[in-house]
Ligand binder design. Structure first.
Ligand SMILES: Cc1cc2nc3c(=O)[nH]c(=O)nc-3n(C[C@H](O)[C@H](O)[C@H](O)COP(=O)(O)OP(=O)(O)OC[C@H]3O[C@@H](n4cnc5c(N)ncnc54)[C@H](O)[C@@H]3O)c2cc1C
Length: 267
């Protein structure tokens, strides 16, 4: 069995106050910002390794991103993935979810022979949750999103899919795309042996000279989404603190409610 895990490197949440947006194209300026593996993608890696441990699978991890995304791939190797490939080329920069899922799908076709593709449910920076479904569409294979439990049954998988107030049990034929939630597992820490192996591992970089994708389907030119404005929302107005003993507070509160005609919302 061959499992491919798609991972994205995202800014560390602790770095959020330092994250800036390029005013020219509204993309995130990632240089100089500490990055981590998107947390949901760590769950996807962990699930792939657990399947490998039970079913003797091979796990390949891929990421599309700038050269520093190799660090994320190395961590995945240290956790127990077998191979890693970085998809990186200046012509892929500025990709929206359509172009990202297209580029990933073509890289996966190039890898070939896959049974299961795992992704996180969403990236904590872009946050769209569109790349997994987009990938399945480009590859023309089934998809199940928001999965919290996964069981391999020969050429089928049985999964539990989280919905708002219940969960759904779905059986899907492989090959398929699955996006996972945090509930599915607890990602392991890399072992020392894993870290040493990952440090030495060769990570091939596939650019467009290798993938040969049409330039109007990748990067900014292949991205119909235009971010017209990015801004930090205004903080909500400050509340008013009512002072005094309990009776005074209640009287002042009633006065305030009448003055602002707040009860109209209940009528
Ligand atoms: C006009 C425009 C320009 C943009 N320019 C850039 C840019 O220059 N650089 C940039 O990083 N982002 C850029 N973005 C954001 C970029 O489109 C998204 O981050 C990216 O397409 C993934 O979408 P998302 O973050 O919402 O991922 P989601 O769809 O929320 O991610 C779901 C899952 O898909 C997988 N995944 C997502 N992205 C990747 C990836 N790159 N490689 C492997 N697996 C992945 C992960 O498993 C992830 O958990 C741009 C967006 C727009 C609209």
């Amino acid at each position: 069995m061959h499992i491919i895990v798609c991972i994205k490197q995202v800014p560390d949440t602790e770095e959020l106050p330092r994250v800036r947006v390029n005013p020219e194209d509204n993309t995130i300026v990632r240089e100089g910002i500490k990055s981590i593996i998107n947390p949901f993608d760590e769950n996807a890696i962990e699930e792939a390794i657990r399947i490998k441990e039970k079913n003797s699978a091979v796990v390949t991890v891929i990421s599309m991103g700038p050269p520093q995304a190799k660090d994320a791939l190395r961590k995945a190797l240290a956790m127990g993935a077998d191979k890693a490939i970085l998809i990186s080329d200046p012509v892929f920069a500025g990709s929206d979810t359509l172009a990202t899922s297209f580029t990933l799908s073509e890289a996966i076709r190039k890898i070939g022979n896959f049974d299961l593709i795992l992704l996180g449910k969403q990236a904590i920076d872009g946050d769209t949750a569109q790349v997994g479904p987009g990938l399945a569409e480009w590859l023309g294979i089934p998809q199940v999103t928001y999965v919290r439990r996964l069981e391999i049954k020969d050429k089928l998988i049985k999964v539990e899919r989280v919905l708002e107030d219940c969960f759904e049990i779905v059986e899907v034929k492989l090959p398929a795309v699955v996006t996972v939630t945090k509930e599915i597992n607890e990602p392991r820490y890399p072992s020392l042996k894993g870290l040493l192996r990952a440090r030495k591992a060769e990570i091939p970089v596939w650019g467009n000279d290798y993938l040969g994708l049409p330039l109007d389907k990748v990067g900014l030119d292949g991205s119909p989404t235009r971010v017209t404005k990015v801004f930090v929302p205004e903080p909500p107005p400050k509340g008013k603190i009512i002072e005094g003993d309990l009776n005074q507070k209640v009287e002042k509160l009633i006065e305030e409610i009448k003055k602002r005609d707040l009860l109209k919302w209940l009528r």
